[in-house]
Every structure is written in C-alpha cells, then in structure tokens.
Design a protein around this ligand. Structure first.
Ligand code: GDP
Length: 289
C-alpha cells in the first residue's frame, strides 16, 4: 500500500503539466482524493486535506512545485498530533507504561525494543511479564531481556496479572528504576474478557501512559482496534509495528486521522534495534517518494 500510495501521489503530481491550469489541478486533486480514500484515511479528513491543498496551490500560482509543497504541508499537519514526542518521562520515576495490543501485533517484541531504546539512553528499565495468556510470552521476554541486558519481573506462582503488576510495582517503587514497561495480554480479537483484564491491570498499575501497538500490516483493522482500545481503556500513544512490511503509508495516515492519538514510535524489523521515534517529516518524505 505504501508503494501504491507513493505511486498515486506521483500520478497525481504528473497530472499538473502547465502553470495556472485549473483543470489540471482538479484532475490532480481527484487522483489524490482517490488514493487517500483507498489508504483508509477518514472521509472528512480527506475533504479538508484536498481543500487545503487546492487553496495553497492556487495561492502560489498552480504548478508542480506549488502542488508538492502544499501536499507535503497538509500531510505533515495530518501526521503531527500532539507533537508525537517519542518517549516522555514523568518527573518522579518510575515512568510506568502499559503495553497493549492484539496477539501477534508485535507487542512483546516492541516492549523489548522500547526497553533497549531506553537502556541506550542510560535509563534503568524493568520489564514486567503480565501477559499470562500466551504461554510463550514469558519465555520470549526471558530471552529478550537476557539479550538486551534489562531486568525482568516475572512470577510463575500466579496466573493473575493484577497480582504480578502490584508486586512488580512494589519492587519498583523504591526509585531505582526510571521506567517500568508492563507487557499485558492480547487476544486474537477484542472481547470483554480482554478488556476487563486490561481494566484491572490498569487500575493496579496506574500507568503514566498506555501505549497501543498496532500492526501496520493489518490496515483498516489496525485503525478499528486502536479506536476500540482508545474508547474502552484509553490510549496515550500508538506504536506502529511491522512498518517494514508492505502495507504502511496508508495505515499511518489512517491512524493519525481517525484515532487521533499521537504516533510515538515505529517498528521496522524483528531486531531489538529496529525501533525509531515517529517523525512526521520522515514519513511524509517516504510517502512522497
Ligand atoms: P505479540 O503477540 O503481540 O506479543 O507479538 P510478538 O511480539 O510475539 O510478535 C509477533 C511476530 O511479529 C514475531 O515474529 C515478531 O518477530 C514480529 N515482529 C514484531 N515487530 C516487528 C516489526 O517491526 N517488523 C517485523 N518484520 N516483524 C515484527
């Protein structure tokens, strides 16, 4: 989809051949509208974006450069929500982050990547294994934490994530950790059981922020589930995982325009180093080819 979107942008730009050609601009805007709608960007947002690109292009005398500049600025505005800001630390450590997402979204891997990112910033991190639904999740975290040299809190004696979280935070509250990352359970789809568990874990953790890990490859589904998580438990940031896959440009625009929660990081591979702060201009550059 990333390529498709880039291709459609290029196709739209190509439609503008001459300066001050109103008809050509209308055609280019039509092309742009179609490609954005295909990429799951909200209708209302597309309408506003098209209107803005039209006004800005005309303001400076219709031409390829003017159209490109206007489109670039409009896309940037769409992706830039609340400053996007990567990671934010609370004044009194530890900063507690609840990592949420559907099973298979890349939540556990992303928890490791985020810990690695923070460790490289000389922060002391504790990961809490509170995904007690997926049997392999705790073992996966053991391997990840050993690999990156970050401490793991786990408790095999209980199947209750609330107990695990409460005990982990008791341990963390002596102030030695800068950040506590809590890996919570996911499901294949959203259900009441999952949301009730997350609600209970949230209450026990009293997190500084809740991050939602969205699988870029799932397109409009990622937008839908992120919206549900936002409505049901509240989310403060989205991390887009698997951005190295096929379907990517559109999902960032879709999430930004429909979920209206800042995109904070993007995951671009399976390795622990494959995480970067979400920077709107970088995405715009990639989208515009
Ligand atoms: P969880 O069930 O949400 O905890 O998912 P996992 O963390 O186990 O990830 C599911 C699969 O996605 C694993 O094979 C990961 O290696 C893979 N994965 C996670 N993040 C990325 C990413 O950014 N890029 C790619 N290509 N694969 C990823």
């Amino acid at each position: 989809m990333f390529d498709t979107l880039t291709d459609s942008f290029t196709a739209a730009i190509k439609k503008i051949r001459f300066h001050d050609d109103d008809k050509a601009l209308t055609k280019a805007l039509d092309e742009l509208k179609k490609s954005l709608l295909k990429a799951d960007v909200n209708h209302k947002v597309v309408k506003e974006l098209i209107a803005e690109v039209q006004i800005e292009t005309k303001k400076n005398g219709i031409g390829k450069d003017q159209f490109l500049d206007a489109l670039r600025a409009a896309l940037y505005k769409l992706l830039e929500i609340g400053g996007n800001k990567g990671f934010t630390f609370v004044p009194n450590p530890p900063t507690v982050i609840l990592m949420t997402g559907l099973q298979g979204s890349g939540k556990t891997t992303t928890t490791g990547k985020l810990a690695n990112y923070l460790k490289n910033k000389q922060k002391k991190v504790l990961i809490v294994a509170a995904d007690l639904q997926r049997l392999a999740a705790v073992e996966q975290l053991r391997q990840i934490t050993t690999q990156i040299g970050v401490e793991l809190y786990e408790n095999e004696a209980t199947k209750n994530p609330v107990e695990v979280v409460a005990a982990a935070l008791k341990k963390a509250n002596d102030g030695i950790y800068d950040v506590v990352l809590i890996d919570t359970a996911g499901r294949l789809a959203i259900d009441d059981e999952l949301m009730n568990e997350l609600e209970a874990v949230k209450k026990a953790a009293n997190p500084s922020e809740i991050f939602y890990v969205a699988d870029s490859m799932t397109g409009q589904d990622a937008v839908k589930t992120a919206t549900s998580f936002k409505e049901k438990i509240g989310i403060d940031g989205v991390i887009l995982s698997k951005y190295d896959g096929d379907s990517k440009g559109g999902v960032a625009l879709g999430l930004a325009s429909q979920v209206l929660v800042p995109l904070r990081f993007i995951g671009s591979g399976e390795k622990m180093e494959d995480l970067e702060v979400f920077l709107p201009d970088r995405i715009v550059n990639r989208l515009m080819g």
